[in-house]
Design a protein around this ligand. Structure first.
Ligand code: SF4
Length: 431
């Protein structure tokens, strides 16, 4: 269940149906104002909506005043153990204070922070971590770590409500992906405050991104979570933001910049996809429009599954094709394919629509048709997938007969041959 309540951190709405906000955390010493601001700007440029800074010492809270004033995005002060620093961070202008009531020194000190936050109109994040649950929940933690995490969060929420404070979001974090999923699902059923999601100490860029995509992606797909942070062991905090955006874009929760889709390649590959895809990905970083760009390693399937893409390229031996929305735009020598793709993208952005030269488009269509005809017998991954989908549909309709083969001339039919390979699953043979 998505949160019903909404808070605002600086100008950023969190919860209550607002877009899922992306945040990251600076990895610099907060007291180093120049380095911290440089990293915050990198986070903001990558699309970060919010940034959190660790405030463990007085000199960090002193630096915070300048950082808050000059930061392009709202700043959350991360405080542990020392409620005085939380009070000072509010006075320094922090847009939000993150505390863990379990380690801030008891209910009275939590109450002091709440009073100061309320007076300043500053929201809070109430954070619960699997490593710092209150003592009275340790036994429950041994029996059910998920229930213990949720219970701790609910108790802190009740404490906030007893203090008459409702301007907060809640996070429960664990290093365990299954526990993060289960505890946040349960918490979303029990409270309606906004939830911040993250996997603690997720790991390196590679493993941490995957763990986060699985854990946070599962919750977000359920509609749980209002703001996310991807914790990665890299000094470059903007990498966390890029991963967060890829998760949100994959779930179609938010749009930002181009989406690149590329075939996985196989033995039919007709050009150096590794280099081409990397170059396209790099050049697309300069674009802000949410255009979808497809790269197909060969033209054997035609434009096929990439026909919905705003732009795309595919290639054969020496030549390639630029296409848009399933329609060929022009055929070019293969070494010019990437430049030609970007020339078409730029042209369309300039005039606000895709520009089609009908003569060049017809030439491209003819070329594509020839490649498809020459390779009509190829069982490519895409054709097998299309045939399996068609077979499933036909079987569901109670008719398991012959199927038209995707991309093949219409007169040709194929037949399911279920006995062809009992170990490899169903195979297809030509009739
Ligand atoms: S057959 Fe499909 S996966 Fe193989 S190179 Fe062509 S488009 Fe890519």
């Amino acid at each position: 269940m998505a949160s019903n309540r909404q808070i605002r951190v600086g100008g950023v709405p969190i919860g209550g149906g607002a877009p899922v906000a992306v945040q990251s955390m600076t990895k610099t010493e907060t007291a180093d104002v120049a380095a911290t601001l440089e990293q915050i700007r990198a986070i903001a440029d990558a699309g970060g909506d919010l940034v959190r800074c660790a405030v463990p010492r007085d000199k960090d809270v002193e630096a915070l005043r300048t950082i808050v004033r000059e930061s392009p995005i709202p700043v959350i002060a991360d405080i542990h153990f020392n409620h005085t620093l939380a009070l000072k961070a509010i006075d320094a202008g922090a847009h939000c204070i993150r505390i863990n009531p379990g380690n801030i020194g008891g209910h009275e000190k939590t109450g002091q922070v709440v009073d100061r936050a309320r007076a300043a109109g500053v929201p809070m994040r109430i954070g619960v971590n699997s490593g710092s649950l209150p003592k009275h929940l340790h036994e429950l933690e041994r029996e059910s770590p998920v229930e213990a995490l949720v219970q701790a969060a609910v108790e802190y929420v009740e404490l906030m409500e007893r203090l008459g404070f409702e301007d907060f979001k809640v996070s429960i974090k664990s290093t365990s992906v299954p526990n993060t999923i289960a505890s946040n699902r349960l918490l979303a059923e029990r409270i309606d405050y906004p939830l911040h999601l993250g996997i603690t100490e997720a790991g390196t860029k590679w493993s941490g991104s995957l763990k986060s995509a699985v854990g946070l992606g599962t919750l977000l797909a359920d509609g749980v979570g209002d703001t996310i942070r991807i914790s990665l062991s890299t000094f470059h905090a903007e990498e966390e933001v890029k991963v967060a955006w890829e998760i949100l874009k994959a779930l179609k929760l938010r749009e930002r910049g181009p989406v690149l889709i590329a075939c996985p390649t196989c033995g039919r590959l007709q050009f150096d996809m590794d280099t081409v895809v990397a170059e396209i990905e790099e050049r697309l970083r300069a674009y802000e429009d949410p255009i979808e760009v497809a790269v197909l390693g060969c033209a054997v399937n035609g434009i096929g599954e990439a026909s919905h893409a705003d732009f795309g390229i595919t290639g054969a031996k020496n030549e390639g094709l630029v296409f848009a929305h399933g329609k060929p735009l022009r055929k070019v020598p293969q070494e010019e394919l990437v430049d030609a793709l970007f020339a078409e993208i730029d042209k369309s952005i300039d005039v606000g629509r895709t520009v089609v030269d009908e003569g060049k488009s017809a030439e491209g269509a003819e070329w594509l048709e020839r490649i498809e005809e020459e390779n009509a017998g190829e069982l490519t991954p895409e054709r097998i997938a299309a045939m399996e989908a068609a077979a499933a549909t036909e079987q569901a309709l109670g008719d398991g007969g012959g199927l038209p083969m995707a991309g093949a001339p219409k007169a040709k039919r194929i037949r399911l041959d279920e006995a062809a390979s009992p170990t490899a699953g169903r195979r297809f043979t030509r009739a």
